[in-house]
Design a protein. Structure first.
Length: 399
């Protein structure tokens, strides 16, 4: 049987020397410059109804390096610059495929600082990683081992707003294999009072990571607001202090979601969730902060790619399905139900329901029905163009 290994990115922190930090900072700036120049060239060609692809921008890069104004592009490794052009090509491919918006220019202050190196631009031997244009290997904090015998195919170096340096190594991981098939299935209802409510009746508390550090974050933001824009060093220091608070919140949230999604994927063969449009829901000014802190989109993303890794199935049901108002015992649909109503009793069968547990049971039922019989077997929204249940297929196993 032919086995295909999953490619995983292993991310580590590292402490660069002054020379390495300067070289990487120059590389980040050149990557941003090349990306913006290529985007401007392709935008101008688009206005003339011409198509410019990666090969054309690669030829442009060669010409730019020969000019006096952009000669500094020769001082850094050429591989991250070529990778920036490939990333731009991917952005345009997604735009033409209607999967993303038109690419935007990279900002010196707001855009992510990163550079991608392929195998020709780094050396990985005996657990030491040396990048092009550098004499010494990076001082990496190996917080977890790489898979045995792993050889990185791509290395991405980045620096976050808090000033921390990271290196991400893309490797094949032979340890990721489909889990034994089980008959367990679970419906998942996301919320704010409880982060998740499962169809089994289990409720998972919402840690509210942002609320725990809200006072510290407000203090750091007030200190940043007092700094004048001309006060460069002090303002930069205050900005990093606020960014460290944000990083602390983000790290805790991501760690919690990783543990939660891994547990759900390992215990269940089929996982049914709602297809929520979080982008529209955060427009509610009263709930935007709480919804963003819950990170429902990140939870779904983790659940889907881990399910694909381990041979599980994720089903997303229509967001307009009345899961909270439908009696999971007899199927009676209740009228309006405000958010403050957390428990209710069915008028037809007299069953007492917990709002969230009832919703999770209905989500599971309609998801399993859609999986077996198709998406048209459940109540549809009355508005034309209602979305049908979507199903993520497990990875195909080649013989």
């Amino acid at each position: 049987m032919k086995t295909s290994h999953v490619k995983r990115a292993f991310k580590y922190r590292f402490c660069p020397t002054d020379a390495q930090a300067a070289e990487l900072s120059r590389t980040f700036g050149c990557v941003r410059k090349v990306y913006n120049l290529a985007l401007a060239a392709r935008t101008e060609a688009w206005a003339r109804q011409e198509r410019v692809n990666y090969n054309a921008t690669s030829a442009m890069l060669t010409a730019w390096k020969k000019t006096g104004e952009l000669a500094y592009l020769n001082d850094v490794s050429s591989v991250p610059l070529q990778q920036a052009l490939r990333h731009l090509q991917t952005a345009f491919t997604n735009f033409f495929g209607k999967r993303a918006k038109y690419p935007r220019f990279k900002s010196r202050k707001k855009s992510r600082k990163s550079a991608e190196y392929t195998t020709s631009a780094f050396r990985f031997r005996d657990g030491k990683l040396t990048l092009a244009k550098m004499a010494e290997p990076l001082d990496i904090v190996w917080s977890r081992p790489l898979p045995e015998g792993a050889s990185p195919s791509t290395v991405t170096v980045s620096q976050d707003p808090a000033g921390r340096w990271f290196v991400s190594l893309l490797c094949e991981d032979p340890t990721v294999q489909p889990l034994p098939v089980t008959r367990a299935a679970v419906g998942i209802d996301v919320g704010l009072d409880h982060l998740l409510t499962l169809s089994t009746g289990e409720k998972i508390a919402n840690p509210r990571h942002e609320r725990r550090d809200r006072a510290r974050l407000a203090r750091a933001q007030r200190q940043l607001a007092r700094k004048t824009r001309g006060d460069g060093a002090n303002r930069a220091k205050a900005r990093r202090k606020a960014a460290r608070v944000y990083a602390r919140i983000t790290d805790r949230r991501r760690d919690h979601l990783h543990k939660l999604t891994t547990r759900l994927v390992r215990e269940n063969q089929t996982l049914v969730i709602e297809d929520l449009t979080v982008r529209n829901m955060v427009k509610n000014r009263s709930l935007a902060r709480a919804i963003s802190d819950a990170a429902w989109s990140e939870f779904r993303s983790m659940l889907e790619y881990k399910a694909q890794w381990y041979g599980r199935e994720v089903i997303a049901v229509d967001r307009w399905f009345p899961s909270s108002r439908l009696c999971s015992a007899c199927g009676t649909l209740r009228g309006g139900m405000p958010l403050n109503v957390r428990t209710w009793t069915c008028d037809s069968c007299g069953t007492a329901h917990d709002r969230d547990v009832n919703a999770a049971k209905n989500i599971l039922a309609v998801g399993l029905t859609a999986s077996v019989c198709g998406a048209g077997v459940r109540p549809q929204r009355s508005t034309p163009g209602g979305q049908s249940a979507m199903k993520q297929k497990p990875p195909r196993r080649e013989p």
